[in-house]
Design a protein around this ligand. Sequence first.
Ligand code: PLP
Length: 405
Amino acid sequence: MDSTEFRKRGMEMVEYICNYLETLSERRVTPSVEPGYLRHLLPTEAPQEPEDWDQIMSDVEDKIMPGVTHWQHPRFHAYFPAGNSFPSILGDMLGDGIGCIGFSWAASPACTELETIVLDWLGKAIGLPDHFLALKEGSTGGGVIQTSASECVLVTMLAARAQALKRLKSQHPFVEEGHLLSKLMAYCSKEAHSCVEKAAMICFVKLRILEPDEDASLRGQTIYEAMEEDELQGLVPFFVSTTLGTTGSCAFDNLPEIGKQLQRFPGVWLHVDAAYAGNSFICPELKPLLKGIEYADSFNTNPNKWLLTNFDCSTLWVRDRIRLTSALVVDPLYLKHGYSDAAIDYRHWGVPLSRRFRSLKLWFVLRSYGISGLQHYIRHHIKLAKRFEELVLKDKRFEICNQVK
Ligand code: PLP
């Protein structure tokens, strides 16, 4: 395919996408297929010779679409919302066209710098404290785009683990690291997303899953008692993952209480997972739900869930970027560059080396809608949720399981 044909096919694809989205409500939300359905429709081997584009696209409609679950469908209410919008799609399209791999500042300066700026924009709009903003005078923190909330939880747990091991090693220089690792204990609520459990598995640390209160909110006293009990057993609390907007019922852990209790355990990393609800804090009237954020070491939210940005775009901010990267830096000669000391190299902020130009789509969304447009969008969803609550309350067959916040 050369650029002349791409121009033609690209326009056709935009047309196809527009038609798809405009007529989506006429399709079934979930496909009626059995596992393995596609294997019966496609050849067992890749084609030896090039195929005609029209044939490929006709297979998309006839073979792929019947097996697609339509997450953008107006009647799709499963899991969580999958953000999307035309500016976001255009941002991904441009990023894919540029095709840079922005693992360091030198690998593509605009890719790195736009990410830093856009994360500061969004962090300010959400109401994060200044120490989370990279470009604020005197700040040691900053934001980064990860692929998913699970990755945000994993990298912060890795950073916390590295800090804890360093501290223990200095206190017990002759004890083997494997033994020190076996003492580390992380904490979360029973209502936390399963990604915390997965992160603990990967980090090879113990995880204590705590009982929340009757509103599905983890309380400060519960955390305090668990950590004190564990310390008496010779264990070392090092990481707490709290949730603002849980997956099951959008409950909020009591961050102010937890933050205050953690002051008694210096060195314990406090993470806030607000994968879904965190986006709503761009509305001033919802910022009270973010109370206690001043105690946090890190915070994540997914614009790809509830801020009109398509997957993947999971934003993570940390209070101290050196503490984050100290767990993740490997610095081979072939990746060094002349500005290594003066610029951010995002390869040190996550697991993969290669990174897409994801900040483009978030930049497009923030500029196309403006903060006021995004607030309007969130408020509309909240109004719908309240309306749904009213309907459920009127229907004896259902009950409301938690406060509708
Ligand atoms: N954390 C919370 C609170 C969630 O609701 C979810 C997804 O539902 C996740 C984490 C996992 O998100 P991701 O798919 O981005 O890893």
